[in-house]
Design a protein around this ligand. Structure first.
Ligand SMILES: C[S@@+](CC[C@H](N)C(=O)[O-])C[C@H]1O[C@@H](n2cnc3c(N)ncnc32)[C@H](O)[C@@H]1O
Length: 185
């Protein structure tokens, strides 16, 4: 039976996704610093209003690059406005994808998919397209929300990732959430 997918997060939720309380609960630096080094290329897939994107851009430094991808132009515009006029702007590439196609060819060292897989029409197809984009030491960090993604659905995502060629490295603890870190090969 196909898994049911959630609706795409509306732009009206951009504010609640990008506020101080969340920053305190889910500090982007604390969550991402263990995986993101200076000079790498990082992908923020389903970036939304850029809650993680700008911190990624800080972590990769002036020699690194962040590709922020979203289905919705209005989300990408939020990211653009936030970065505009800052030193982070030149490190960022914004890319509008299709519902079932990332549409990138740039190799990436780190891919983040935070609170997005359950919104995709076909997460297995996403993982299959993503896998060859990752460099040989690349990592993928998936986080799904606590309530509307069941344990079974998250385990199914992990199985999809295995089949796409990802290797489960760890299950980082993020309170109430479901998280998995993958390598390749
Ligand atoms: C719940 S928001 C999470 C945003 C961000 N990752 C965060 O944690 O703040 C989900 C985001 O995924 C995007 N999204 C939904 N379906 C998508 C798809 N098929 N491809 C790319 N992005 C998608 C939505 O537009 C939305 O910005």
């Amino acid at each position: 039976m196909p898994e049911s997918r959630d609706q795409v997060c509306p732009i009206t939720l951009a504010g609640p996704l990008d506020n101080r309380i969340r920053r305190w609960l889910q500090s982007p630096r604390r969550l991402l610093a263990p995986y993101v080094r200076e000079g790498i290329t990082a992908l923020d897939f389903g970036c939304g209003p850029g809650f993680f994107t700008l911190e990624l851009a800080r972590l990769v430094g002036s020699s690194g690059r962040v590709i922020a991808v979203d289905l919705q132009p209005a989300m990408l515009e939020r990211v653009r406005v936030k970065a505009h006029g800052t030193e982070l702007e030149s490190r960022l590439t914004l890319h509008q994808c299709q519902p079932n196609r990332i549409g990138l060819s740039t190799p990436v060292d780190f891919a983040l998919a935070f609170y997005v897989l359950h919104e995709l029409p076909d997460p297995a197809a996403f993982l299959t397209e993503l896998r060859p984009l990752l460099t040989s030491h690349g990592q993928l960090f998936i986080v799904e929300p606590p309530f509307h993604v069941s344990k079974a659905a998250f385990e199914a995502t992990i199985q999809h990732a295995h089949r796409a060629g990802f290797r489960l490295i760890a299950r980082p603890r993020i309170r109430f959430n479901k998280a998995a870190l993958f390598g390749v090969g």
